[in-house]
Design a protein around this ligand. Structure first.
Ligand SMILES: [Ca+2]
Ligand SMILES: [Ca+2]
Ligand SMILES: [Ca+2]
Ligand SMILES: [Ca+2]
Length: 433
């Protein structure tokens, strides 16, 4: 018999290699005339203080491209309600339809999926007040002008707004492959600024057997301070449509954290721009569609929210989307999260012979994954078995890392994952001899 064996799981990041390119604001930059140039896709370090309450940055942008302009701070500076942002022309007048300031604590201001009214130079103004800055020990922030995605790229998969239109693009994979999508639908409201909202993107796929489950997900990862590849963007909502194009009750706006999430802080303060659902067992095999919209859309009566505030509430923008069709025993449905550099307690017993841990691992990093047990109570060497599988439940190791040492059980050292993504670590008990 297997007794109740307590096991501690650990996933350790051994080393991380990353290189970043950074710029630096040039003071004084307190007016349009001496604005610091902001280069596309280069993070720029800047700072406000009681003695410096305004920074101007110049951006050279194209009216057929879509941009993200935003601030981000480290975790010690809560920029919400402190950093304000506007984009103005040479005359100092705002060209935005609403205020993109104070989005989230470590993001401060965020303008998403912005399409400039005309090609040319604009000025991004970041400012605060002396009173607010007095309360901040270090109001350092980083500034970004991101993407610059041309219209041709954003329209690659358009129109795909109805099932018939979507059919022209064929079916998407159902193995969780990430697809880069764009909510892009530029036009000028009759009485107001140019806006970018009310696109829906429908993705067709097949469920091979009744009883399988659909995992739909959008991914707008929030790589943060010092992360040059930040792609946090659109605030998405997803809907499942049936084969006739009728919307089903299955949808999701703000995802719940799950075992495969890549971020350390799963408290939810940025999972609110990603969406994820796990459907119940579907009643019928056949065609389905996943629909991606901005949560602020009014497409097809799905939602109704302030369409004239696309510069405040992200109406357009970029996202990743994936669909996975799984059987009921898929590891993703039972996995618990194993965050980096945290010990997690687990146990196996005769009644519970398998634990599945979900991890997010990056291909340019090296990890250790191990079990460890109380040496005085449990010799894990002959009992604890471990394997690592990918999102399709296929073993990714070249040999068995189990049965290494008495109190350790299984150790996988210096592991570099074959690709960046979600993996599942299975821990189970060997049969008694
Ligand atoms: Ca400054
Ligand atoms: Ca300044
Ligand atoms: Ca689109
Ligand atoms: Ca579309």
């Amino acid at each position: 018999m297997l007794k109740n064996h307590f096991v501690v799981m650990v996933l350790i990041l051994v080393c991380a290699l990353s290189f970043a390119l950074f710029g630096q604001e040039v003071e004084p930059n307190d007016a349009i005339a001496n604005a610091t140039p902001l280069t596309l896709n280069v993070l720029l370090d800047a700072k406000l203080s009681v003695a410096d309450t305004v920074d101007f940055f110049s951006v050279d942008v194209n009216n057929t491209s879509m941009y993200l302009i935003g601030t981000v701070t480290n975790f010690t500076f809560n920029a919400e309600k402190v950093l304000s942002m506007d984009v103005v022309g040479a005359d100092g007048q705002s060209v935005l339809n609403s205020d993109p300031s104070t989005r989230y604590k470590n993001f401060g201001a965020r303008l998403t999926g912005w399409i400039p009214p005309a090609t040319g130079i604009y000025y991004v103004k970041i400012w605060s007040t002396k009173a607010k800055l007095e309360a901040v020990a270090d109001a350092s922030y980083q500034m970004r002008l991101w993407y610059g995605t041309p219209q041709e790229t954003a329209m690659t998969r358009e129109p795909d707004n109805t099932p018939a239109e979507s059919d022209a693009f064929g079916e998407i994979p159902t193995d969780g492959t990430l697809i880069y999508g764009y909510l892009y639908n530029v036009y000028t409201e009759g009485d107001t600024f140019r806006t970018n909202w009310n696109d829906i993107d429908l993705y067709k796929f097949t469920v091979p057997e009744a009883g399988m489950q659909i995992i739909g997900e959008t991914f707008t990862p929030a790589l943060q301070w010092n992360q040059p590849s930040w792609v946090r963007d659109t605030d998405t909502k997803i809907y499942l449509f049936d084969s006739a194009g009728n919307v089903t009750p299955i949808n999701n706006d703000d995802k719940d954290p799950w075992a495969g999430d890549m971020w350390d802080d799963k408290a939810g303060w940025f999972s609110n721009s990603c969406s994820r659902f796990v459907s119940p067992a579907v009643p019928a095999a056949g065609t389905y569609y996943l629909g991606v919209v901005s949560v602020y859309n009014t497409v097809a009566g799905l939602d109704t929210r302030k369409p004239h505030e696309s510069d405040k509430n992200p109406g357009g923008g970029e996202y990743f989307v994936s669909v996975k069709v799984v059987a009921a025993e898929d590891p993703s449905l039972v996995a618990q999260a194993l965050p980096l550099n945290q010990l997690k307690a687990g146990s196996i017993s005769t009644a519970d012979t398998l634990d599945v841990w979900g991890i997010y691992a990056e291909a340019d990093k090296m990890y250790s994954i191990a079990t460890v047990t109380d040496m005085d109570k449990f010799n894990a060497k002959p009992i604890i078995k471990m394997s690592v599988v990918d999102e399709n439940n296929v073993n990714v190791l070249n040999s068995d890392p189990s049965s290494r040492n008495d109190a350790h059980g299984a150790i996988l050292r210096g592991w570099v994952p074959p690709k960046t993504g979600v993996y599942y670590v299975k821990v189970w008990g060997a049969p008694d001899k």
